[in-house]
Design a protein around this ligand. Structure first.
Ligand code: ZN
Ligand code: ZN
Length: 286
């Protein structure tokens, strides 16, 4: 075996070991601030029925746990069907709180419905869909509200809407989306939401909402969203949400720190990535 082959083998071995060690689920101690339990949440997560197309509801539960997420909503397009399976599985293993939801994907708008049990039709106007979400005891969140979707949010829809995705992976890469989401969020008092719109790629919880709830149960989280008790970290040091809670979180420092580490990974993650790429490049050259 040549020295070159050995070096490539060593790089790949380091990559696998560092990747495996860094991928251990880390159990974060609960954070209590201002008398509230601070819940790291992701309310926009898509399941797949066959695992080749993304993660199944039970895999989402394990992945959320790995990413330090305390609560998440499973939000299939225009149905709720696989979401209760994830909730059942997570209860079985003592995993994160799973909230049953749907992404109502209509022609002119996308709305996240969470805390519902029956499918909300995408053939409603936005205002009628939000009314139906509320009739079921749920919370309605405008999904990635880029300017193209604004016409669907008339006065009735805006008066009823609970929250809005001010952070979403689109805002990380497209400056115009970031500006649109922020402008929509600032139109009227809305609950600040950060969601990953996870489809199997990227990272579940890469954009997240910190919810200040009485406890980690779904009803307590929904109550906190209705009362707008959230903090969301955005790009370039921007922070959205309840001003008093932002001050509490800033004085404490742990939320910003955890979010940044989850988004960027730690030194071991980078070691695994760099040696993995170098090792595979070596294989290709050979
Ligand atoms: Zn959407
Ligand atoms: Zn989506």
């Amino acid at each position: 075996m040549s020295a070159r082959t050995l070096a490539i083998g060593a790089l790949l071995l380091v990559s696998i070991v560092a990747g495996t060690v860094s991928d251990r689920p880390r159990v974060d101690s609960p954070i209590i601030l201002g008398g509230f339990r601070v819940i790291a949440a992701d309310f926009h997560v898509h399941p797949a029925i066959v695992s080749a197309a993304g993660l199944t509801p039970w895999d989402l539960v394990l992945e959320a746990q790995r990413q330090g997420i305390d609560a998440f909503a499973i939000t299939p397009h225009n149905n709720v069907f696989p979401a209760p399976i994830g909730r059942w599985f997570s209860r079985l293993i003592g995993g994160p709180t799973v909230i049953v939801g749907e992404e109502v994907r209509a022609a002119g708008y996308h709305v996240i419905a969470i805390g519902i049990e029956r499918t909300v039709s995408p053939h409603h106007t936005a205002a009628a869909a939000i009314d139906e979400i509320h009739r079921q005891g749920g919370v309605a969140i405008a999904a990635h509200p880029a300017a193209d979707y604004w016409p669907a949010y008339d006065a009735a829809a805006m008066a009823a809407l609970d929250g809005s995705e001010v952070m979403h992976p689109g805002a990380l890469s497209v400056e115009r989306d970031r500006a649109d989401f922020e402008a929509f969020y600032r139109r009227t008092p809305l609950t600040a939401i950060g969601s990953s719109d996870y489809h199997g790629l990227g990272r579940l919880g890469m954009c997240r909402t910190y919810v200040f709830a009485a406890d980690a149960s779904a009803p307590a989280i929904l109550d906190a969203l209705r009362a707008r008790r959230t903090v969301v970290y955005g790009v370039d040091g921007r922070v959205y949400g309840d001003p008093a809670l932002i001050r509490l979180a800033d004085a404490d420092g742990r939320l910003r720190e955890r979010g940044a580490e989850r988004a960027n990974g730690n030194a071991l993650v980078w070691l695994s990535r760099l040696t993995g790429v170098a090792g595979l490049a070596g294989v290709a050259l050979l």
